[in-house]
Design a protein around this ligand. Sequence first.
Ligand SMILES: [Fe+2]
Ligand SMILES: [Fe+2]
Length: 313
Amino acid sequence: MDIEQVKQRAGPREFSPKDDLPEKYRKAATRMIQFHANSEIMGAYLERPFIREAPSLDRKLAFSAKVQDEIGHGQLLYRAAESLGIKTRDEMLDELANGEGKFLNCFHYPMESWVETPMIAFFVDGAAMRRQATLKQSSWEPYAHAMDKVCFEEGFHVKHGEAILYELMTGSKKEQELTQEAFEEWWPRIIQFFGPTNDKSTHHDFSADVGLKTMTNDELRNAFLNAYVPKAKKYGLEIPDEPRIRENSDGTYEVVEDDLDWDEFFTIAKNDSPGSHEQIGKRRRTQEAVEWVRNSMDDWEAKSAGQTPQAAD
Ligand SMILES: [Fe+2]
Ligand SMILES: [Fe+2]
C-alpha cells in the first residue's frame, strides 16, 4: 500500500498488522502511540508517592489501583506501538530512561501536596478522556482497541479525582484555599495539555489524513473547556484571570492562547526544563534498579529454550 491508498482507505480501526503499510504511516503512528505510552508511565510516577500520603485506607486503595492502571495503560500502548514494527518495547523504555522519549507537559512538573492530586486525577485525566475517547476511532486498530480498556478505567480515575476535589472543597477554609492555590498553578498547564493551536502543530495534518487522529487540538481543548469550566465552578473553584477565558454567546468557552507561556511549553516538549530532568532521572534510576529482574528473566528464557513452565496442580 502507498500513502495515497492509506489516505483513501483511512477510517476507524481500518489498519492492523496484517496490512502492508508504508513506513511513513508506521513511523507517524509509532511517534504518537509512544508519546502516549510514555505519558501513562510518567503520570504514574508522579502519582505513586501519594499512595503513601493518602489520608485514609479507601483513598490509599483507590490511589494504588489508579497507579497500577496507568502502568497497565503504558504496557498496552507499548504493545500497540510495537506492532507497527518500527521500535520494540525495550527500545521505547530505554528512550524514556535516557531522555529521548517525549511525554505530556503536565507530567514534567513536580507534585508535592495532597491538594494537587485532583489536578491530575480530575482535570488532567478528564482532559485525557476527551482525547482518548476520540482515539477509539483511530485507524491503527491495536491502538483503538487499547483505548476501549483505557477509557473504561479513565472513567474511574476521573470519579476518584472528583471525589477528592469535592472532599477538599467542602472541607476546612484552609483546605479550600490550598486547593484554589493548586488549581491556579495547574490550570494553565492543563489547558496546554492539548498542545499548540492547529497552525503551530506540525504533525496534525498527516495524522488526520491517515486517520490516526480524528479531532484537532483546538476542537479538543474547546470541548474540554466547555465541560470543565462549569465543573470547576460547581466545586467552588475560581477560574484565574490569566489565561483569559472567553465565554461565547452560545455558552461555550475559548482560551486567549497568547496568555499561555508557549516558550515554557516548547522547552518542556524538548525534555529541557529542570522538572523534565528530575522526572526522567527518577524513571532512569528505577529502570536501573530493576535491571536484575529483567536480566534474570532473560537468562531463564535463554535456558528454557522458549518452553513455558508447567502450571502447578
Ligand atoms: Fe491512563
Ligand atoms: Fe488515568
